[in-house]
Design a protein around this ligand. Structure first.
Ligand SMILES: [Zn+2]
Length: 230
């Protein structure tokens, strides 16, 4: 009975750890990837309410769609083919096709060409691979994770394979510092300081406004310069 309870407790603890780890992968890491894509879209010169900003943010998360899809098929095992440059190119192509079809069905149709859509999705996807390069090689399973240059070079990109000897503590600090920086920059500097509410990217009414100047914002876009007054 006691051993059963201990085993149950151990299993429960392991299950909770797994759930928390998955939650961290899907939620916290997902937010950081999404936010990085958002900033990449902003760096291209698009305001926080533009379709392109949301699009690059979704693309930046897209390699981790395998977290949801892996339960349907082992083909989508996490961190394998979706985390290669070839995989990102394929997924970006698919995203661009979906976006192009969706934009063509808008009334009136939105004239954003396919190649820029593919390029923006690639930018988002590659930002994901860059950030995932700071993960830690912990077990033999990681040998097939993040082989970015597959099939040319089956090298697993992790912080301690690129820089042997880096400690796990360093890896954690890198993630914490970067996550805090992204949060402070978007929430305090851009939103609180410059009144650029990032949640407006989810409002389709601002995506394609011809003037690019929503009434409540009162700011002027400088086009593709990436520099925008608050
Ligand atoms: Zn990932």
């Amino acid at each position: 009975m006691v051993s059963d309870r201990i085993r149950t407790g151990t299993l429960l603890g392991a299950a909770i750890s797994c759930v928390l780890a998955d939650a961290e992968d899907m939620f916290l890491n997902g937010i950081v990837h999404f936010s990085t894509g958002y900033l990449a879209g902003r760096a291209l010169g698009y305001r926080e309410y533009r379709f392109q900003t949301l699009y690059v943010a979704v693309a930046a998360y897209s390699p981790d769609f395998d977290l949801q899809l892996q339960s349907f098929s082992p083909f989508f095992a996490h961190g394998i083919w979706t985390h290669t440059a070839v995989g990102v190119a394929v997924m970006s192509f698919a995203l661009a096709v979906i976006a192009r079809v969706g934009l063509a069905l808008c009334s009136p149709p939105v004239p954003i060409r396919f190649v820029p859509l593919w390029g923006m999705a690639m930018l988002g996807g590659l930002s994901h691979l860059f950030l995932d390069g700071f993960t830690y090689y912990e077990s033999p399973a990681d040998a097939v994770h993040h082989m970015y240059l597959w099939p040319l070079w089956n090298f697993p990109w992790h912080i301690n394979t690129v820089c042997p000897g880096v400690s796990y503590t360093t890896r954690v600090w890198v993630e914490v510092i970067y996550s805090v920086f992204v949060g402070v920059f978007i929430l305090l500097y851009q939103w609180a300081g410059r009144k650029q509410n990032p949640f407006r990217m989810f409002d389709p009414r601002g995506w394609f406004k011809p003037d690019g100047v929503p009434e409540q914002c009162g700011t002027v876009s400088l086009g593709g310069s990436g520099i925008e007054p608050g």
